[in-house]
Write a protein that binds this ligand. Structure first.
Ligand SMILES: NC(=O)c1ccc[n+]([C@@H]2O[C@H](COP(=O)([O-])OP(=O)(O)OC[C@H]3O[C@@H](n4cnc5c(N)ncnc54)[C@H](O)[C@@H]3O)[C@@H](O)[C@H]2O)c1
Ligand SMILES: O=C(O)C[C@H](O)C(=O)O
Length: 325
């Protein structure tokens, strides 16, 4: 039996938490032979709800669930954590400006970054799901100077998976046959889903689709505004698909992608003209517990514009919280 891995999840009483925790405990994230200890963080007023979720987790009798902790203290939740899923965030409330939302979340992610810095395992892998995910990840990373910056990531995988499904529907091919797709930039409607390099059974997806108007007028807005469309339809933001993407992100990071590209929001190393440190969605492959950015892709004029557009939004978000760091 392997030693259990400590997985911290914030916002554990929320709707993503409710889709996520059961799948982590059943071994879908770290493997069917990997025991886990769940360390659940939520606000004081949500502790009862967390207890209820823990009762249900207990009632599943998951053989891989080696322990659970519920707390409202980040230093307890992140103690020795090897994986940290930062899902809890301040939602936008009525009358709240984007700037106010950024500031409210900056406070949360500063505190959590500092706690990770102090108590988490030195190789903790951090995935930020709570919005604005890229900027929250940036804040947590900057607040944790003793941890490797590259271990702070933001979730672009939901956007990647959304793009896969749109392409599968357009081409009539299986999602599993699509390779080399990526989504650049911010997890927001400014993201740039890019199938220029994608292939299906070795054939170019761009050539198969051969419809630039569809790319610009249907595909990009559909993927970019999908989160909003789900809120409109459900009255709530995506939860099961977001949890699924979080599982995919960590599973691939830890267990590898066998050479396949996936999208992760990672601190830039300056590649593709993205300033160093900005947390930006890029194509990566994963092996031996590490991600590697796919290098050397050609950026044409249209793509450059799109990369710069989503970068400008990230720079603006970063400027909005710079005084807090
Ligand atoms: N990156 C993505 O692709 C993606 C996709 C969907 C949703 N999201 C974001 O994920 C976040 C969570 O979504 P949800 O539907 O689960 O929301 P939710 O409101 O159902 O749950 C959020 C939970 O976080 C808790 N929380 C708030 N502040 C906290 C803090 N400081 N510490 C710990 N817990 C805290 C709340 O009490 C609540 O239980 C939102 O920010 C949402 O916008 C991101
Ligand atoms: O919570 C949101 O604003 C939408 C969410 O990020 C999503 O992409 O589904």
């Amino acid at each position: 039996m392997k030693a259990p891995v400590r997985v911290a999840v914030t916002g554990a009483a929320g709707q993503i938490g409710y889709s996520l925790l059961f799948r982590i405990a059943s071994g879908e994230m770290l493997g069917k032979d990997q025991p886990v200890i769940l360390q659940l963080l939520d606000l004081p007023q949500a502790q009862n709800a967390v207890k209820g979720v823990m009762m249900e987790l207990e009632d599943c009798a998951f053989p891989l669930l080696a322990g659970m902790v519920a707390t409202d203290d980040p230093k307890v939740a992140f103690k020795d954590a090897q994986v940290a899923l930062l899902v809890g965030a301040r939602p936008r409330s009525k009358g709240m400006e984007r700037k106010d939302l950024l500031t409210a979340n900056a406070e949360i992610f500063t505190v959590q970054g500092k706690a990770l810095n102090e108590v988490a395992a030195r190789d903790v892998r951090v995935l930020v799901v709570g919005n604005p995910a890229n900027t929250n990840a940036y804040i947590a990373m900057k607040s944790a100077p003793d941890l490797p910056a590259r271990n702070f990531t933001a979730m672009l995988r939901l956007d990647h998976n959304r793009a896969l499904s749109q392409i599968a529907a357009k081409t009539g091919k299986d999602v599993a046959s699509i390779e080399k797709l990526t989504v650049w930039g911010n997890h927001s409607p400014t993201m740039y889903a890019d199938y220029r390099f994608a292939t299906i059974d070795g054939q170019s997806v761009k050539a198969l689709i051969n419809d630039e108007a569809w790319n610009r007028d249907v595909f990009l807005p559909t993927v970019g505004k999908r989160g909003g469309a789900i809120i409109e339809a459900r009255g709530l933001s995506s939860a099961a698909s977001a949890a699924n993407a979080a599982i995919d992100h960590i599973r691939d990071w830890v267990l590898g992608t066998n050479g396949k590209w996936v999208t992760m929001g990672i601190p830039s190393d300056g590649s593709y003209g993205i300033p160093e440190g900005v947390i930006y969605g890029v194509p990566v492959t994963c092996a031996n517990g590490e991600y590697t950015r796919v290098q050397g892709l050609e950026i044409d004029e249209f793509s450059r514009e799109r990369l710069n557009f989503t970068l400008a939004e990230l720079e603006e978000e970063r400027a909005g919280i710079a005084h807090l760091l």
